[in-house]
Design a protein around this ligand. Structure first.
Ligand SMILES: [Fe+2]
Length: 474
């Protein structure tokens, strides 16, 4: 048995070497599909787990980017794989499981791709593909409810999983959602009321945003509809004080991308009805850091801005391990007059390429003083993120943690600590040693480096989004 696993490891090593030849080191993390592992105590490589870090980190991402020698056409088409790291008084335990979607199970059985997806064409002649339902990859993010974990994918219903074991429980419709109705991957939770806000973009005879307000258990309590001007790609939105704000990007997915304007739609979060709608200059964004209503009544929104939709081409090329398209992104601050319906200011906050902005959960929708995100130390198209930043957007004070060459972090998750400050959790891939680690960083002293590094038993491909669920120590 030991000998067999050694042979498998050698074969995978050879496959990685072949795939990553002539490519940046990070490509080794996506060379082969992620390998599942059951509950495994994670050895501490350096430091100590902080005494106030008790709960679970969950992350979701495209775990499998190939099948039977065929690679997917776009990073967003990989099958969802979930990492859980449970922190208790006994230490940290990690496990990794694929979400057992109907599509994954059918493709496992057939040992080939059967479905189309975000960028993936379904196999077979075009007349058979027409109208075929895409595969719900359940690969984008996670929402930790009190009694289940949801694997989110923005074009369909979520999948529910067991919070401890990551066993897939089935499609989650909240006893309300019609089959396949979108429930997007970036829900926002009001830290004061516990209410969850989310949306789904519905295309058809009418194009509209379906709005959801749920209680803290996830049960949908209220819905609304906001008409859309075009078939666009709306990946994220903002909770900002009394408002929900949508920025409809200047692309029309029914045609070739056409530069229009960005349409701002402001919604009253209590009535789920439109407050104002207006056009401004064109750009593209995937993600928002946060939004809030300032003392003067204006609405402030921090977001990561791309000049155009070339970012989508970069994400397509990512699966080759050698993206070449230029897709720079900067952190911006947008200030709106939500009632009058106009832009007051729209200016850069941080110049280096960055992504995955996040605020502490207690700051969502409110004036935040901490924004954490990934950045690239150099603008090189083929490179991946190699640093994590912690910025106070008001003062401009910024702490940076630049990782050594060949080490690549992913989206930082801010976990509140007991002493007012907190911890930042990230997963780092070391391309020199083919090793993924969980790293715990001090939020207020980021440049000091990790207070604890834990070894994961397998290489984890870069995941998209994660969350933290606090729990009493056990
Ligand atoms: Fe996202």
């Amino acid at each position: 048995m030991v000998r067999l696993s050694k042979i498998v490891m050698q074969l995978q090593r050879r496959e990685r070497d072949g795939f990553s030849q002539g490519k940046p080191l990070w490509s080794r993390a996506i060379a082969t599909p992620a390998i599942e592992f059951g509950p495994t105590p994670l050895p501490i490589l350096t430091g100590k787990i902080p005494a106030d870090l008790r709960g679970s980190l969950y992350r979701n991402g495209a775990g499998r980017l190939q099948r039977s020698g065929q690679r997917v056409d776009h990073w967003f088409d990989g099958d969802g794989g979930i990492l859980a790291v449970h922190f208790t008084d006994a230490g940290a335990t990690g496990l990794y499981r694929y979400v057992q979607t109907q599509g994954l199970q059918a493709e496992d059985a057939a040992d080939q791709y059967l479905y189309g997806g975000y960028g993936q064409m379904a196999p077979g002649p075009f007349w058979k593909r027409w109208g075929a339902k895409p595969k719900n990859a359940a690969n984008t993010s996670v929402l930790a409810l009190p009694d289940k974990l949801l694997a989110l994918w923005e074009a369909g219903n979520p999948y529910a999983l067991d919070l401890d074991t990551l066993d897939t429980l089935g499609v989650e419709d909240f006893d309300t959602l019609p089959p396949g109705q979108p429930y997007s991957a970036h829900p926002k939770q009001d830290p004061k009321t516990g209410d969850l806000y989310n949306f789904g973009v519905v295309f058809g005879r009418k194009n509209y945003i379906q709005l959801y307000r749920s209680n803290a258990s996830g049960q949908i309590q209220q819905q609304g509809q906001i008409p859309l001007p075009r078939i666009s790609l709306i990946h994220d939105f903002v909770l900002a004080g009394p408002y929900l704000v949508f920025l409809v990007p200047p692309i029309n997915l029914a045609l070739l991308p056409i530069l229009l304007g960005t349409q701002v739609i402001v919604v009253d979060r209590h009535t789920l009805t439109e407050v104002s709608r207006f056009d401004t200059e064109p750009w593209y964004q995937w993600h928002f850091g946060n939004g809030y209503q300032a003392d003067d009544g204006s609405v402030v929104i921090d977001y990561v801005r791309y000049a155009d939709f070339n970012t989508n081409q970069w994400l397509k090329e990512f699966v080759t391990g050698h993206p070449i398209t230029q897709a720079s992104s900067q952190l911006y601050r947008l200030r709106l007059d939500a009632i009058a319906g106009n832009v007051i200011a729209n200016e850069p906050l941080f110049d280096p390429d960055c992504e995955f902005p996040m605020v502490p959960s207690q700051s969502v929708g409110q004036h935040h003083h901490s924004l954490v995100f990934c950045y690239k130390s150099q603008t090189i198209n083929e490179e991946f993120f190699d640093g994590i930043a912690h910025l106070d957007p008001d003062s401009g004070q910024c702490r940076l943690l630049q990782f050594p060459t060949g080490h690549y972090p992913i989206e930082p998750i801010y976990v509140p600590g007991s002493q007012g400050s907190g911890w930042i959790l990230t997963i780092v891939f070391n391309g020199h040693q083919d090793q993924s680690t969980v790293q715990i960083l001090p939020a207020d002293n980021l440049d000091a480096g990790p207070v604890c590094v834990l070894a994961l038993p397998e290489i984890l491909p870069f995941s998209f989004h994660g969350t933290w669920q606090a729990r009493n120590s056990s």
